[in-house]
Design a protein around this ligand. Structure first.
Ligand SMILES: [Zn+2]
Length: 278
């Protein structure tokens, strides 16, 4: 299996964990422990959020942000391997640490990231959205998501449908795994050109994306550990049954034809050549 990165369901599960383990706490100390732990776009060092209380944790696509009781947020992106952990025994790969307290109970919240593509960042907001998220389109689960507008946007594109749904400026949160799974469920070939597709087929792709990600969120929600806010450790992904992604050479669960893998736009795409015709 090629390397996997957290997608919307994994990030949503992290957010839910943070709602339980971080919201309502005051940040006593915030420390950057690796040069790449803090985004170069951060408007200040982490000490700017010391003393702040965490009011909420929000998400758009794969971006998270901690809402504070001051006009700044702590934004975060898990990159390829980021995790938030409470009181970890193993301190390797910690890029930033936060001592948080509620009442008499003090905990250490660690941002760990082996591959260092993830980051945290102190940012301002506009209309409640951090600077780094301004250009990111709403994801399928947000009230701000407008499916009609997204379909119209996709229909204007001369790119493949897969490239379109991976574009975070059109709809956010869909990565390579859930894109392949959504296209398989919708019976749409990944290389179909977006502008040649009808509204009904594009709509089915988006509805399928919602369905597969919702299923993954449900799985993630049941696999919590007391200590681990995040469950995307070694394997990176929840234990969900994949129908297409990574299934090259295995029978399609719908028709038995062998799943194929093709490479375009620097990515692998997995699909059933019978169910998903060009
Ligand atoms: Zn099939």
């Amino acid at each position: 299996m090629e390397s996997t990165v957290p997608e919307l369901p994994e990030v949503e599960t992290v957010r839910k964990g943070l709602l339980t383990h971080a919201v309502g706490r005051t940040i006593l100390q915030a420390r950057q422990l690796h040069p790449r732990g803090l985004s170069p776009k951060s408007i200040s060092g982490l000490s700017a959020i010391e003393g702040a209380k965490i009011i909420d944790v929000r998400r758009r696509g794969k971006f998270l942000w901690f809402v504070l009781d001051r006009p700044l947020v702590l934004a975060a992106h898990l990159g390829m391997s980021g995790q938030f952990l409470i009181n970890p025994a193993d301190l390797r790969h910690t890029r930033a640490s936060f001592r948080i307290r509620k009442g008499l109970k003090t905990s250490e919240l660690h941002f760990k990231d082996q591959r260092t593509f993830g980051w945290v960042s102190v940012e301002e907001t506009r209309d409640g959205i951090p600077t780094c998220v301004q250009a990111i389109a709403p994801d399928i689960f947000e009230s701000a998501y407008d499916q009609g507008a997204v379909i119209a946007n996709i229909k204007r594109r001369k790119v493949s449908i897969k490239t379109a749904i991976l574009n975070q400026n059109i709809v956010s949160g869909i990565g390579n795994i859930y894109a392949d799974e959504s296209l398989w469920l919708a019976k749409v070939h990944p290389e179909k050109i977006a502008e040649n597709m009808n509204t009904k087929d594009i709509s089915r792709v988006l509805e399928s994306a919602k369905e597969v990600m919702l299923k993954a969120i449900e799985v993630g929600g049941t696999s919590f550990d007391e200590l681990y806010i995040n469950v995307n450790g070694e394997s990176g992904y929840f234990d969900i049954a994949l129908n297409a992604y990574g299934q090259e050479g295995k029978p399609c669960p719908r028709c038995g034809t062998l799943i194929r893998r093709i490479k375009f736009a620097n990515r692998s795409s997995h699909f059933c050549p019978k169910c998903q015709r060009r």
